[in-house]
Design a protein around this ligand. Structure first.
Ligand SMILES: Nc1nc2c(ncn2[C@@H]2O[C@H](COP(=O)(O)OP(=O)(O)O)[C@@H](O)[C@H]2O)c(=O)[nH]1
Ligand SMILES: [Mg+2]
Length: 471
């Protein structure tokens, strides 16, 4: 453990030195991490961001666009040869097709380099030509950040905590039944081990579909090339125990450790440690629609995700980062086009409240944080509809289910976020007086004027917060 972390930090040292030389003397690089739980909207965010940086007609909220200093933007080969390229062209193709579709969901890390040619401002304006700033965008599942917490845990501790947490969840009942009569001391039987891992994975999928966010180990949901490997063939056991050498408990313990050292650590070492700016996308409306438990669970998952950005929480990560830190973190509630703009401030307030605990701990010292509500791709138009003697602020769009146009009133978010977060914390089963609906809209078919990117809500403000100061 000591040796491997030493080796990790030496590796970073060498890499770090190389980065610094090339960046300081040649062209600066901003590494922007984009994360969020599955279906939070990462793929759409990156696609819309890049499309709007290439065609900047709708991006005046980015000051370098507003004052004309951002002269051009172009895609370039990315610096990392072993990370899949973010498939920008295919995703944009889907969103802007004659019959537009949402892009297919992606399951792992990917990367894209967009290079920006920027004219200097201030005193240097007349003296220097434009310089090039590289924006390396790294898309990775938020579930992988939740795995950081596993590094501090032994298999026994993880088993206990997990079984406690899921005991009352309906989604977990099949797994808990599969466990009956099983404990850590039974002899290892590979088909049984696989069946348990499968049942536990089944639970994770079901929990996620019910809106739960604490679905770890993250690679169980998004296994990629690791599917079926021993590092993914374990599950929590009651009495994981002292066990004999050939017991199920000991085998699961070894695999849990392999998962930590061969799956979790490499991600933090090779990718996470190099990020400068981070956006965390959150489908807050989706969780609100799913109910108080999902909101509370999302709040906890956010706190865990944020833990990864608090240097000091994990000794291994601290030694890896060697004082380096993420400089800015944006928490963005996505899909705000489901709400009339009258309600956007309320959504932002909920987002702020959701992340406040974690942000208040002030260990972010040095990192600037912000909360916003955005829509990467706006799929609706706003409309006031008379109903019951008042005007309801609605949005109109094309329903994903039927393709038909419809006006939709999602319900009124409370002015005080505590009205949502309170019942959520107290474990309420449903919202008291209100129901919040959510519809899935299809992307609008677009006719873009030359120079315009796809329509969005505050995506340019998000970009200004994330990278504006470096342009
Ligand atoms: N209305 C609306 N829906 C969105 C937006 N962004 C994402 N979505 C929806 O969320 C789904 C998941 O988005 P995606 O980017 O694939 O999520 P990812 O799993 O985090 O990469 C999409 O298929 C859309 O249905 C948005 O800006 N507006
Ligand atoms: Mg994706």
């Amino acid at each position: 453990m000591v040796i491997s972390s030493l080796a990790d930090s030496m590796l970073r040292g060498v890499e770090g030195a190389r980065d610094t030389v090339s960046e300081a003397f040649f062209e600066p690089v901003i590494r922007l991490g984009v994360t969020g739980l599955a279906r939070a909207g990462k793929t759409v965010f990156i696609t819309a961001l890049v499309a709007n940086l290439l065609n900047r007609g709708r991006f005046s909220g980015l000051l370098a666009v507003q004052d004309g200093r951002l002269r051009s933007a172009f895609l370039q080969p990315q610096p990392d040869d072993t990370v899949p390229r973010f498939d920008f062209e295919t995703h944009l193709g889907a969103l802007t097709a004659r019959d537009p579709r949402w892009p297919d969901s992606t399951r792992a890390i990917s990367e894209l380099r967009l290079s920006l040619r920027v004219a200097p401002n201030g005193m240097l304006a007349g003296l220097q030509g434009p310089r090039v700033v590289h924006l390396d965008i790294v898309d990775y599942p938020g579930e992988w950040l939740l795995d950081l917490a596993l590094l501090d845990k032994s298999y026994a501790q993880w088993s206990r905590e997990t079984l406690d947490r899921i005991a009352t969840r309906s989604a977990a009942q099949p797994y808990l039944q599969a466990l009956s009569g099983v404990d850590g001391d039974v002899p290892l039987d590979e088909p049984q081990a696989q069946a348990l891992a499968r049942a536990f994975t089944g639970y994770l999928h079901a929990a996620r579909d019910q809106g739960f966010s604490d679905c770890t180990p993250g690679r169980f949901l998004l296994p990629g090339a690791l599917e079926g490997s021993p590092a993914l063939t374990f599950a929590p056991l009651p009495e994981p125990g002292a066990g004999r050498r050939q017991s199920l408990g000991r085998a699961f313990e070894r695999r849990f450790e392999a998962y930590k050292s061969q799956v979790v650590r490499p991600f933090f070492r090779d990718h996470f440690s190099r990020i400068d700016r981070q956006v965390v996308l959150v489908d807050a409306l989706g969780a609100i629609h799913a109910g108080p438990r999902a909101v509370e669970d999302m709040r906890r998952a956010m706190a865990e995700i944020l833990g990864a950005f608090r240097p000091g929480r994990n000794a291994w990560l601290t030694s890896l980062l060697m004082g380096r830190r993420v400089e800015r973190i944006l928490f963005a509630a996505t899909k705000a086009d489901h709400l009339h703009h009258q309600q956007h401030a309320r959504l932002t307030a909920i987002m702020e409240a959701l992340t406040r605990d974690a942000r208040d701990r002030a260990d972010f010292a040095g990192a600037k944080t912000a909360a916003m509500s955005i829509a990467s791709l706006r799929t609706t138009t706003e409309e006031l509809r008379a109903h019951g003697g008042r005007d309801l602020p609605c949005v109109r769009g094309r329903l994903l289910s039927s393709g038909k146009a419809a006006a939709f009133y999602p319900g009124e978010l409370p002015e005080d976020p505590a009205h949502l977060l309170g019942p959520a914390r107290d474990g309420a089963d449903g919202w008291l007086d209100d129901q919040y609906q959510i519809m899935r809209f299809a992307p609008q078919s677009l006719t873009l004027a030359p120079g315009d990117g796809p329509p969005h809500i505050r995506l340019d403000r998000a970009a200004e917060f994330l990278i504006g100061d470096r342009l």
